[in-house]
Design a protein. Sequence first.
Length: 420
Amino acid sequence: MSTFQAPKGTYDLIPPDSAKFLAVREAISAPLRDSGYGYIETPGFENVELFARGVGESTDIVTKEMYTLTTKGGDQLALRPEGTASVLRAALEANLHKAGNLPVKLWYSGSYYRYERPQKGRYRHFSQVGAEAIGTEDPVLDAELIILADQAYRSLGLQQFRILLNSLGDRECRPVYREALQTFLRDLDLDEETRRRIEINPLRVLDDKRADVQKQLTDAPRLRDYLCDACKAYHEEVRALLTAAGVVYEDDEKLVRGLDYYTRTTFEFVHDGLGSQSAVGGGGRYDGLSEMIGGPALPSVGWALGVDRTVLALEAEGVELDLPVTTSVYAVPLGDEARRALFTVVTELRRAGVAADFAFGGRGLKGAMKSANRSGARYTLVAGERDLAEGVVQLKDMESGEQAAVGLADVVAELKTRLG
Ligand code: ATP
Ligand code: MG
């Protein structure tokens, strides 16, 4: 061990487990790539104001969880706590919405930072794959995104996840509900901070995890009863499209989510094997966000799925991913001449697309064969001076144990055939 450790609330992805993370990112992004979403990458930090305005001054993310810093040049920056505000900022900056091709459909994958109380499934550095469809108000788009996330989780083999669905209304009906809710909440027995929250963002109080708070919320006015006709019709359409696609969801009228920008469709993917950190992903429609960060009206919808929690969900369900083979052939040279000859073979194999590795450092046969075993390679190539004198290498099938001498000049072709 060195003098240093990974900072509190972070962990390193190391082989072999790191392969699961790559596979999860791949599985989540594949349905998006096949559905017209283009890849976008934005900086790991942004002007702090982007998040203050875009995510919301009243959210935990902005008030408590953001890593902020002042640069030597005096700029106020924040490590990105989420992806949507940055992606929308970048799309507006590049005028993607003006290319006459709405919606702008984008996907991303990267690291996010939140100063949280670390626990299993909750870290200070975590990773998400996300998708945003910008500039179009169409229930089909909301449904598309939910269906693609469902498809991604299913392709990974996950089964014990549920989709929670709600509508948060729009700028017509939500203010009316907000007032009704505030009136109700002000009469409850709540602590100072929660009382403040009632004035800034009362919907967030519904999301309070504490049992004594939840107990008082049983008779709270329900957003569903306040939705305007347009919001109701929109929501019904999203629900019908999901049902038609065979996607099972649960109506959850308490689902509000921790970001201020959501309107209408809101959803969360939860996994029942994860304890209290049960949300594996979430998203929704954010019709007002563009204007909140100084852009034109661009109704949009998106989601972000947490890679770390998805890996935990796979482990909780005992799903073994079908990971790509890392090494197919492992070469073990005995002596200097064999080292040069086999390294040439390994290079040729690699150029021919065969995953191959090599016993470096002039190790003895026993130790090198141990490494060959550990590598999981299907075949090993062993060659010593006598083999080379005969122009052959020993090709061993690690599954059957069979071994045969193969001409040095033929071995690449032979392995390509055998590996199909
Ligand atoms: P939670 O309610 O658990 O705090 P959230 O609502 O803050 O989640 P989002 O901002 O919607 O989460 O982020 C989308 C996904 O990113 C979450 O569903 C989760 O899988 C993941 N995520 C969020 N925060 C963390 C974290 N601190 N550590 C690991 N994963 C996280
Ligand atoms: Mg959170």
